[in-house]
Design a protein around this ligand. Structure first.
Ligand code: GDP
Length: 469
């Protein structure tokens, strides 16, 4: 355990509430808290049994600096002894009444008693530094606080229980076992173990690579749930893009009129569809030959947004036939689909008589008949989006699911090192060269579970936490 200075913060949200909680952690936590909390039992704070709530008085310096400390509230304190606490350090949690001035007064008292104000995420960072949780688990904890839907909660909760770390460590241990066997082959070639070693090594590495492949494959689902899919609604003017955007967002965010070219800049919102998939949804300017400078800029931005999108919802007005520009758009979308972007075509205005020849649209997959005006067909759309990104085989409650780009990149690095070891083995290269690849995979796995990551990455992760967590 690392010995760090004593920090304090209000751990409940800023505002009025029935109860608020302040947390103090560090070597001097109990000594600092003893200035501020006096148990009603008459015992000293450090004589209390750990993990037991004690009722008592909360003290703070008097408004008149010449006077001594005075009781400002009654509350509850719980002490935790290192290493059996969230941070792994001595910790005290003090609950007081949840007023803005009250919590600030108690915090100021703790600072006056010798604590330092905690930085964002500092308690969790200490938990990580003291080996109480892996980096991915810490990241999941951050995701839990930010969760916007049940799927994100489920995934974050599983992450806190280290599903990814456990899976990664199992693969790491397998590779370590392979390595030690290979080192025996290298050290004692006269024992004639090398041939057997090679074959067995190949099988065991194949097995690890298979496990990593499935793990990497979970990122499509994890990314869709946790990070969100950059999604663009595109199409010509007046086909109903903004109406669809408003339907998905659930309110009148974009202006809808019968005047072509209303949407000029890009609008963006995070929305959950089908209860599971998060879309970083963008409404864009209608694609047409514009003469107006502002509209032209909007159309250029729409094209750029389409380039960045992972999902494109292409909207067509089903009550009329496709224009020449729309036929060109279909070819452009088909090129994008081949390049790996997901494309769904929406035939809007299904409440009117349908007049679009859908044969051309079908080259992009079955179009979704929808009325943004009435909402009919919206469920088909969300179901199609869900089916594109959510793997029904994954049990988000219990399976290891890669949920961040950082983990995914490390997983792919480990996989590519193992593939290189396998092709080396097949080509008959020296065993010690294969060992270099296995070591590479092991080091990528250490990054994946957070045992060996750059300080910058750690800083970046904890910077997103709130103060008091
Ligand atoms: P955008 O220019 O593509 O964003 O299209 P808007 O959403 O602004 O809609 C253009 C016009 O089509 C407006 O007058 C809408 O009321 C109308 N509209 C949009 N969706 C539907 C629909 O599903 N059915 C009908 N009948 N009209 C619609």
């Amino acid at each position: 355990m690392q010995l760090l200075d004593t920090i304090a913060a209000i751990s409940t949200p800023h505002g009025k509430g029935g109860v608020a909680m302040l947390r103090i952690s560090g070597e001097g936590a109990i000594r600092v808290a003893a200035h501020v909390f006096r148990p009603a039992s008459g015992q000293a704070l450090d004589a209390l049994p750990p993990r037991h709530a004690a009722y008592g008085q909360i003290l703070a310096p008097d408004a008149d600096p010449a006077a001594s400390w005075v009781a400002v509230d009654d509350g509850i304190a719980t002490i935790y002894r290192a290493p059996a606490s969230f941070t792994g350090e001595d910790t005290v949690e003090i609950c007081c009444h949840g007023g803005i001035l009250m919590t600030q007064t108690v915090l100021q008292a703790l600072l006056a008693a010798g604590a330092r104000a905690a930085e964002a995420g500092e308690f969790t960072r200490r938990a990580y530094l003291n080996g109480k949780m892996g980096l991915s688990a810490a990241q999941s904890l951050g995701a839990l606080l930010e969760a916007e839907n049940r799927a994100q909660l489920t995934l974050a909760h599983a992450g806190i229980h280290e599903t990814v770390e456990k899976k990664t460590r199992a693969i790491y241990e397998d590779l370590r076992a392979v390595m030690s066997q290979v080192l025996v082959c290298i050290d004692f070639p006269e024992e004639d173990l090398a041939d057997m070693g090679r074959e067995e090594m190949y099988d065991r590495i194949t097995c690890c690579a298979g496990a990593l492949e499935s793990l990497a494959g979970t990122y499509r689902t994890g990314h869709a749930v946790a990070e969100g899919i950059p999604t663009v609604i595109c199409g010509q003017t007046n086909v109903g893009k903004s109406s669809l955007y408003n339907r998905l967002v659930g309110r009148d965010a974009a202006i809808v009129t019968e005047i072509a070219g209303t949407t000029r800049d890009i609008l963006q919102e995070r929305v959950t569809v089908g209860g599971e998939v998060t879309l970083l949804l963008q409404d864009t300017a209608g694609l047409r030959q514009a003469s107006d400078t502002v509209e032209k800029i909007g159309i250029d931005r729409a094209h750029a947004a389409m380039d960045r999108a992972e999902l494109i919802l292409a909207v067509f007005d089903g009550s009329r036939d496709l224009s020449e520009d729309e036929k060109a758009l279909v070819s452009d979308l088909s090129r994008r689909a081949q390049g790996g972007q997901a494309v769904l075509t929406v035939c809007n205005k299904s409440d009117l008589t349908m007049a679009t020849d859908v044969a051309l649209l079908r080259t992009l997959g079955e179009p979704i008949l929808l009325s943004a005006a009435t909402g009919s067909g919206l469920e088909d759309l969300t179901e199609r989006i869900r089916a594109l990104f959510i793997d029904g085989q994954i049990d988000m409650r219990n399976d290891a699911v890669i949920a961040t780009a950082r983990q995914h990149a490390a997983c792919l690095r480990a996989l590519s090192s193992l593939r290189s070891a396998l092709s080396g083995l097949q080509a008959g290269v020296a065993l010690d060269l294969c060992c270099v690849d296995i070591e590479g995979a092991m080091s990528a796995l250490s990054e994946l579970d957070g045992r060996a990551v750059d300080e910058d990455i750690v800083n970046e992760i904890f910077a997103h936490f709130c103060v008091g967590k």
